[in-house]
Structure formats: structure tokens, C-alpha cells
Design a protein around this ligand. Structure first.
Ligand code: FFO
Ligand code: ATP
Length: 189
């Protein structure tokens, strides 16, 4: 039997939650993404002059690329996370409009190495699972936990977890290194 809260338990939960997310029909997801973008806009408010990190959608994660475009038009700088090394914080590079992207880990598109390095004010993190205390379960690299710890040493970055209601969990049985999100938006599909 798998011990509740163990790393094997997390792996099993991840597999279940990702499968459940990918079962949501695409049309339903697209509608939910528009709602999510609206809720994010309301929560964040004025983005002029701010660096907002989003992510390139992957494995059924909410697609916030239209939201990113709207933020740019309001004067925000959009960034994407980049895995530079295993077991290390993520780096952030500016994603300018129309920029051609390279491929990073898991083939996820990333801005090229010569794109400006930036420090986000707002980090939007896709969740695999999220609990009632705003703890986030991700893909198991521990990247966002390390990143927030690192980022907050020099900047008061806000972290917002995003996903669908299907991603909700009672608890992730947080470990010492898990850092809760400042805000969580799980939108109904
Ligand atoms: N769209 C999107 N982009 C993103 C993230 C994300 O969650 N979503 N990330 C958010 O962090 C980073 C990529 N995260 C990754 C997390 C884990 C592994 C990985 O190799 N995982 C191991 C399992 C680890 C374990 O269980 O011990 C593997 O699959 O072999 C790779 C990338 C940066 N870009
Ligand atoms: N700040 C940290 N310092 C040291 N080790 C860490 C830290 N954060 C996470 N880890 C390690 O990383 C591994 C994965 O952590 P966790 O299960 O929380 O990943 P995750 O949040 O699901 O993944 P991700 O953020 O990459 O999407 C764990 O084995 C943990 O020991």
C-alpha cells in the first residue's frame, strides 16, 4: 500500500490529476480559460510596468497566451520560465511579441538564451493539483518552490496558482520545502 503523502503518493496523484485534466473536452477548457483570464485580470489589476511570468501551455494546462497579449498591450513585460538546471530555481526570460522561441525541457518552448533575463513581480504557476491552503502540486521537479524561495530573497514576487476545479485536492500533505501560493484560481469547466 502507498503511504499517504509520500513521494509515491504524489506521483500517483499527479498521474490521476493530469489524466483527469486531459479528459476535459477542449471546447470546455477554452471557455474556462477565458473565465480564468478575466479573474486573473481582476485579481492582478494594473499591470503597467510590471513583469508578469506566464507559461507555455502543456498537457492540458490553461492557455493564457491571449491574456499575456492583453497584459503586454497594457504595458507589462511578459516572461516565461526556463529550466536552466535540475534541482535549481527557474530562470525567467522576456517573451517579446512575435519572438521566435527555442525548445527547453520536455520540448516546452522558451525564449532564446539571448533574450533579456528578468525578475517577475507576478508569477503565474499552473497547478497539477491544489489544496485548500493554496499549496500546489506540480510535475515533481520542485522548481517553483525553489524559485519562489530564491526570488523572494530580492523581490516581493506574488505567486498565483491557476487550474481547473478538477485539480482541487483536500491536502497535498505539504513538506517543509513546499511554499503556498499567495492566491489560487481554480475555474469551473
Ligand atoms: N507549461 C509549463 N511550463 C513549465 C513548467 C510547468 O509546470 N508548466 N514548469 C514548472 O516547474 C517548469 C518545467 N517543469 C518540470 C518539472 C519536472 C520535470 C521532470 O523532469 N520531472 C521528472 C519527475 C521528477 C520526479 O518525480 O522526481 C520526470 O518527469 O522525469 C521537468 C520539468 C518550467 N516550465
Ligand atoms: N526549496 C527546495 N529545496 C530543496 N529541495 C526541494 C525544494 N523544493 C522542492 N525540493 C525537492 O524537489 C522534489 C520535488 O518537489 P515537489 O514534489 O514539491 O515538486 P512540484 O512542486 O510538484 O514540482 P514543480 O514545482 O517543478 O512543478 C522533492 O523531492 C523535494 O525534495
Amino acid at each position: 500500500m502507498t503511504e499517504i503523502g509520500s513521494s509515491q503518493w504524489r506521483r500517483d496523484m499527479r498521474a490521476d490529476l493530469i489524466a483527469r485534466r486531459q479528459e476535459i473536452p477542449v471546447a470546455q477548457r477554452n471557455k474556462a480559460d477565458a473565465k480564468l483570464a478575466h479573474m486573473l485580470g481582476e485579481y492582478i489589476g494594473d499591470v503597467a510596468g510590471k513583469v508578469v511570468s506566464i507559461y507555455w501551455p502543456f498537457r492540458g494546462e490553461p492557455d493564457l497566451r491571449t491574456f499575456a497579449k492583453a497584459c503586454r498591450q497594457q504595458g507589462a513585460v511578459i516572461a516565461l520560465p526556463v529550466v536552466v538546471e535540475k534541482a535549481a530555481p527557474l530562470a525567467f526570460r522576456e517573451w517579446a511579441d512575435g519572438m521566435s522561441l527555442d525548445r527547453g525541457v520536455w520540448n516546452i518552448p522558451i525564449p532564446p538564451a539571448d533574450a533579456p533575463k528578468v525578475m517577475p513581480d507576478i508569477v503565474i504557476a499552473p497547478v497539477v493539483g491544489a489544496d485548500a491552503d493554496n499549496y500546489r502540486l506540480g510535475y515533481g521537479g520542485g522548481f517553483f518552490d525553489r524559485t519562489l524561495e530564491h526570488l523572494r530573497q530580492s523581490k516581493a514576487a506574488k505567486a498565483i496558482g491557476v487550474g481547473y476545479a478538477e485539480q482541487r485536492m483536500e491536502t497535498i500533505y505539504p513538506h517543509k520545502y513546499d511554499i503556498p501560493m499567495d492566491h489560487m484560481i481554480l475555474v469551473d469547466t
